[in-house]
Design a protein around this ligand. Structure first.
Ligand code: KG4
Ligand code: ZN
Length: 338
C-alpha cells in the first residue's frame, strides 16, 4: 500500500510518498519547503503570505517526486484537512482533490493532530497500545489516550496558550526571532535554570489541564523590571530567562504527564508536535518515564515539526479502515476536531 500525502496547514509545504510493507512504514520520498525565513521578517506567520507561497511551491514539489503523470503506483492520496490556517489548508486540499479526481484515486482527509500522534510510529520502537501521548505544538497542548488509531480520548489540554505559542511569545519579549522555540532552547544552554523564579501554573491542581498565559505574563513583568534598570536586555539576562522559562514549561509538562501515567497506566508514552524537538523536554520526559517504569517513544526531530510523512502514516491507517472522502465535497476545516 502506497500513499501520497500533502500538508499545508501552516508555514511548511510538505509532500511525501510512504508505503506500508510487512507491518512497517517505509518513507520512499519526502520534500518540504519551509517558509519560516519569510515569516520571521513579520515576527510570525502571515496567513495570506503563507497561502501564496504554498500556491507557488506545491506543484514544483509534486513534480520533483517523480510520480508518473497518471499517478501509477499510488494507491491513495492523504491530505491535511484541518485544523490550521484556512487559506493555507485550502491549497493542499484543492491540490489533493484535483489529483484524486484526475487519477481516480481514493482520498483520505487527515486531522493534523492525528498526523502528529502518528509520527511516533516513525520511530524504530513501535509504541504499544494503550498509548498516552503528550502533543505539544504551536497551536495545541494536549494529553491524549490512544487505544488504537482512530480512538482518542482527551485527558487534558491547555486552557489558554499552547506550549509552542508560549515559547514564541516569550522569545518575542526577549527580542529573539520567530520561531521562538529553537531560539529559546539554544539560549537556555548558556543560562541558569534556577536564575529567575517563575510560576508553574496549575501544577498543584490534580486535573491534567495546562495554562501558560500566566507564565508569559510573569516573564513580561521580569522583562519590564529589567528594562527599567538597563536600556537593552543583557545577553546573560536573556540566557537566564530562556533557561528559567524552559525549565518551568518542561517541569509542568513532565509532571502532568507522569500524573496521567499514574491515572491511566499506558503501555507507552509518546511525545509529539513541534515542541517535542526541544532537547531538555525530550531528556526530562525520557528520565521521568524510566523512573515510572513505562516505555517512552519520541520520533526523530525531523518528524516533530510539521511534515507530510506523519500525514501519510495517519492516512495509511485511515485508508486501511477505508475511511475515504468524496473529492468533490471535501472542504478545509480550520477548527477540525479529533
Ligand atoms: O507542530 P509544529 O511544527 O506546528 C504546529 O502544528 O503548530 O509546532 C511549531 C511550534 C512553534 O511554536 C515552535 O516554536 C515550536 O514548535 N518549537 C519548539 C522547538 N522547535 C519548534 N519549541 C521548543 N523547543 C524547540 N526546540
Ligand atoms: Zn503541527
Amino acid at each position: 500500500m502506497r500513499i501520497l500525502a500533502i500538508e499545508t496547514s501552516c508555514d511548511e509545504t510538505a509532500l511525501a510518498v510512504v508505503s506500508f510493507v510487512d507491518g512497517k512504514f517505509v518513507v520512499e520520498e519526502q520534500v518540504l519547503h519551509s517558509q519560516v525565513k519569510t515569516h520571521a521578517t513579520y515576527g510570525g506567520v502571515v496567513p495570506e503570505v503563507a497561502a501564496r507561497m504554498h500556491v507557488e511551491t506545491i506543484l514544483p514539489l509534486l513534480e520533483s517526486l517523480g510520480i508518473s503523470k497518471d499517478g501509477e503506483g499510488i494507491d491513495a492520496i492523504a491530505v491535511t484537512a484541518g485544523p490550521g490556517l484556512v487559506v493555507a489548508l485550502r491549497v493542499g486540499v484543492e491540490c489533493a482533490k484535483t489529483l484524486a479526481a484526475v487519477w481516480s484515486k481514493p482520498l483520505v482527509a487527515v486531522n493534523h493532530l492525528e498526523g502528529h500522534l502518528a509520527s511516533a510510529w516513525l520511530s524504530d520502537t513501535e509504541p504499544e497500545f494503550p498509548v498516552l501521548s503528550l502533543l505539544v505544538s504551536g497551536g495545541h497542548t494536549e494529553l491524549l489516550l490512544m487505544r488504537d488509531f482512530g480512538s482518542y480520548e482527551l485527558l487534558g489540554s491547555t486552557r489558554d496558550d499552547a506550549a509552542g505559542e508560549a515559547f514564541d511569545k516569550v522569545a518575542k519579549l526577549l527580542g529573539l526571532p520567530y520561531p521562538g522555540g529553537p531560539e529559546i532552547s539554544q539560549r537556555a544552554l548558556e543560562g541558569r535554570r534556577d536564575a529567575i523564579r517563575l510560576p508553574r501554573p496549575m501544577l498543584a491542581e490534580p486535573h491534567l489541564d495546562f495554562s501558560f498565559s500566566g507564565l508569559k505574563t510573569a516573564v513580561l513583568r521580569e522583562v519590564e523590571s529589567q528594562k527599567s534598570k538597563v536600556r537593552d536586555l543583557e545577553g546573560s539576562f536573556v540566557n537566564d530567562m530562556a533557561a528559567s522559562f524552559e525549565e518551568a514549561v518542561v517541569e509542568t509538562l513532565v509532571t502532568k504527564t507522569v500524573r496521567a501515567v499514574e491515572q491511566v497506566s499506558p503501555k507507552t508514552v509518546t511525545l509529539v508536535g513541534g515542541v517535542s524537538a526541544n532537547t531538555h523536554l525530550r531528556e526530562r520526559l525520557m528520565e521521568a518515564c524510566a523512573e515510572a517504569g513505562v516505555a517512552c517513544v519520541i520520533p526523530e526531530r525531523k518528524y516533530s515539526t510539521d511534515n507530510a510523512v506523519m500525514i501519510a502514516v495517519a492516512g495509511l491507517k485511515k485508508y486501511e479502515r477505508r475511511e475515504c472522502v468524496d473529492p468533490l465535497t471535501l472542504e478545509a476545516d480550520p477548527h477540525l476536531h479529533l
